[in-house]
Write a protein that binds this ligand. Structure first.
Ligand code: FES
Length: 282
């Protein structure tokens, strides 16, 4: 059992948990993830490790309520326990001194990009970050990203904060200006697809962190397979980072929709159960 030590709410649907998990904290590196199961009847699902404290033995995850499991997770508070918590999983993001690195985060993926921007900065890179969200209320960790960035551009789709634009607009401008040696783009799949399309004509290496459906997270179920460079890869063991110019984005998006009807039904049944009896299990 893994205890939640701290909870922070960034918006009604975006939450942070700091979890007591010394073995995971000891080994965690930027770009890795954990697979957790809330209770013995819950499904397994992955969350990126947003931060860690090796001395305290804690790791931090940030998640958005999108389906039944993340909504169930959001019912927990500091002092509650998570049944299973496996990690760190996946390959860490490859960090080296590339020169100038653009770190692009869409939505709550800022939690994933911050440790990568930090590692890139500590490796001697100049870091230019772009942080985008639909609206101002969904922006968080701007100061944390600023801390590891030489330059930070904030965008919102509705113009309520920062520049009114999608992240691909300032990214394209950076490409046109030149001098970017590497791009790390993380966010919703559609955003990563268009970030890849933006940088491809300029020949700038671009890494994306993929988020397919996962079950075991250790290469056994095949659920997380993606096509990259014409080869089938398992995101959980060969990734989650891939060369964004090599990913078959449309196939990934189609696979992400595979169980959408079942997911909706599962959420509906759980909500009915909660409304009927105030229970959150099952
Ligand atoms: S999650 Fe099962 S093989 Fe990757």
């Amino acid at each position: 059992m893994f205890k939640i030590l701290r909870r922070e709410d960034f918006s009604p649907e975006i939450h942070l948990f700091e979890i007591d998990a010394p073995a995971v904290a000891r080994k965690a590196q930027a770009g890795q993830f954990v697979v957790l199961r809330i209770d013995e009847r819950g499904e397994r699902f992955p969350l990126t490790i947003a931060d860690w404290d090796r001395e305290k033995g804690t790791i931090t995850v940030v998640f958005m309520e999108v389906g039944k499991s993340t909504r169930k997770l959001a019912t927990l508070k500091a002092g509650d326990y998570i049944a299973n918590f496996a990690g760190p999983l996946g390959l860490p993001t490859h960090i080296e001194n590339y020169g100038t690195v653009a770190c692009v985060a869409g939505g709550f993926a800022v939690a994933t990009i911050v440790p990568i921007a930090r590692a890139m900065k500590q490796a001697g890179n100049r870091v230019i970050s772009i942080l985008g969200a639909r609206t101002r209320q969904l922006i968080f960790w701007e100061e944390r990203l600023q801390q590891w960035s030489d330059e930070l551009i904030v965008t919102t789709d509705d113009g309520s904060y920062g520049r009114k634009a999608l992240v691909t607009e300032p990214l394209k401008e950076l490409m046109e200006k030149g001098g970017i040696d590497m791009v790390v783009a993380i966010g919703p799949t559609i955003m990563m697809k268009f970030a890849a399309k933006t940088t491809e004509p300029f020949g700038v290496k671009t890494i994306a962190s993929l988020n397919p459906i996962m079950v075991d997270g250790t290469g056994m179920c095949g659920c997380c397979r993606v096509e990259a460079g014409g080869e089938t890869k398992f995101t959980c063991v060969h990734g989650p980072d891939f060369d964004a110019h090599q990913v078959d984005w449309d196939l990934l998006m189609a696979r992400q929709r595979t169980y959408i009807d079942q997911e909706k039904e599962s959420l509906r049944l759980w909500q009915e159960q909660v409304e009927a009896g105030g229970k959150v299990g099952g």
